[in-house]
Design a protein around this ligand. Structure first.
Ligand SMILES: Nc1ccn([C@@H]2O[C@H](COP(=O)(O)O)[C@@H](O)[C@H]2O)c(=O)n1
Ligand SMILES: C[C@@]1(CO)OP(=O)(O)OP(=O)(O)OC[C@H]1O
Length: 159
């Protein structure tokens, strides 16, 4: 069996007048993430990790932010598309581990729904999807509440 690992990292700025969408879940908060799509920083990091594992480049190559088709896009559709690309190379997802770097709001209560969406979109069992959240103890751009970052690693396997 061939195993491949991929890493993804993304950052979006917090602004007024936008919903906060993380892992497909709309989290109630006074600020949301700016972006061309729905700016779901967690799903973008997972997309990049999937693409990275299969040596398929990055999210901007597949979904350019100059393309009106992706304006306001639901990032779950982008995640499903990345999964299809990886499947097309003969790979299936082994597991996903991701961390959302977010000072506020508290995300713990929303993580079960994020995991369920991601597991469904990647056609895997819930127990291979792990999502974590951490603050940066008020340090740096995430700590000041200027934005939210996400890191993801994905293992894919080829029978
Ligand atoms: N936006 C966040 C950040 C953190 N959590 C949860 O709190 C725990 C402690 O976070 P520290 O940054 O102080 O280590 C963390 O392990 C998460 O369970 C959260 O829910 N939302
Ligand atoms: C998803 C895309 C495409 O709509 O736009 P954004 O939502 O701005 O996200 P980003 O992570 O900056 O890059 C990928 C983009 O091409």
């Amino acid at each position: 069996m061939q195993l491949r690992i991929g890493h993804g990292f993304d950052v979006h700025a917090l602004v007024t007048g936008r919903p906060l969408v993380l892992g497909g879940v709309t989290v109630p908060y006074k600020f949301g993430l700016a972006g061309h799509s729905d700016a779901d920083v967690l799903l973008h990091a997972i997309c990049d990790a999937l693409l990275g594992a299969a040596a398929l480049g990055d999210i901007g190559r597949h979904f350019p932010d100059t393309d009106v088709r992706f304006a306001g896009a639901d990032s779950r559709l982008l995640l499903r598309h990345c999964h299809q690309l990886v499947q097309g190379q003969g790979f299936s997802v082994g597991n996903v581990d991701a961390t959302i770097v977010c000072q506020r709001p508290k995300l713990a209560a929303h993580i079960p729904q994020m995991r369920a969406y991601i597991a469904a979109d990647l056609a895997v069992e819930l127990d291979v999807i792990n999502i974590k959240a951490t603050t940066t103890e008020q340090l740096g751009y995430t700590g000041r509440g200027e934005g939210i970052a996400a890191h993801a690693v994905v293992l894919i396997q080829h029978a």
